[in-house]
Ligand binder design. Sequence first.
Ligand code: AMP
Ligand code: GLY
Length: 429
Amino acid sequence: MKVLVIGGGGREHALVWKLKQSPRVEKIWCAPGNGGIAADAECVAIDAGDVAGVVAFAEKNLPDLTVVGPELPLVNGIGDAFRERGWAIVGPSKQAAQLEGSKVFSKEFLQRHHIPTAKMYGAFGSAKQAYGALKNVKWPAVIKADGLCAGKGVLVAQDFGEARDFLERVMEKNELGAGGKRVLLEEGLEGDELSFIVVTDGSSYAPLVPTRDHKRVFDGNQGPNTGGMGAYSTDELLPEPLRKTIVSDIVEPTLKGLAADGIPYQGFLYIGLMLTGSGPKVLEFNCRLGDPETQAIVARMNFDLAEVLQDVAAGRLDALKLRWKPGVSACLVLASGGYPGRFETGKKIEGLTGAEQITGVKVLHAGTKRVDDEILTSGGRVLGVTAIGPTLGAALGSAYAVAENIRFEHMHYRRDIGRHASTLKASGN
Ligand code: AMP
Ligand code: GLY
């Protein structure tokens, strides 16, 4: 099999790393890839969001399977473009990707199908209307830019002042671009978060192992939201009664709702949940795998990912093929100084050689590029040190031991991955 992976972050490095282990796979391209992926696949210089560019590449190189990492190509219609041509791809259609591409679409979907979610105060296309609505909400309240904003479109506002400042930046100064033309205002929920991701071929589905992300930049869940500073996976995140509730009240109504609305869905569906005192509630849908959740999920895969994804694309998913390693996996993100705000790039990364000598550790690259014999930083999230172990302490111990030997100027990472599961409430998230 020849496989094309779209994207260039830690999630895509994890996918490439696992696909490469399959005896079925003879060749992997990655568009655009990164400095670490370059060691495992042939990187091609096409932007992930450039659907026409990817189609032209596929026309020439004929991949047997294409796997889409990020949301942008999906929202831009790559799934439709490939399926129209009869090419095998894993990823939903443009219409289905609206579950992530529009927060208003997704909220209306949740309400229409009676799926538990935060109460919506309203959706507003003008700053004036939105300011008016702030008078009648309970704090904390959550403001969400409707469109894609690269992880910057959500604010959990503690009071009117914070909410007003965010609305001004998003709706009046257009700091987030077109994604902020319309906003959704909803109730703030409290609890621990859980990322529940399923893969579906359009009729059957299989859940992946549960993960927990760490969205805030600083220890103790402080500071602004990021794309994710670390994640871990253990079956203990999902006791059986909770699993049953999530499946019966959320996953199945979601898949049935999509079918009832005439929106076929094939690919990964990421359900971001808040485990509240009154049960799990949907915070968001993503039309793709999470990053860094994927790194933790891939580390626990005990099956041939290429085979399963080929089955998904062909509409013959067999959930029994998804077998998982017991124990715990963890991914620790090493980020550039300043991230999630402005950061510098081009810093030399040291300590990578020999970093994986600890058993069960893999250093996955995100914002890196190879220049001659050096690996330089090129993004906000730079590396994801991913480890597996019999316990959370063991997995984290290995990941932190390796992280301590890696250096680049102004590097920072959280010291408390997996250790603050119950502090979201204290931080007002
Ligand atoms: P979203 O992009 O909708 O997932 O939002 C990003 C993050 O904002 C989530 O992972 C949560 O940490 C937080 N968040 C979103 N919606 C809410 C809510 N209704 N209540 C509390 N936190 C939220
Ligand atoms: N880590 C959260 C996301 O991928 O959206």
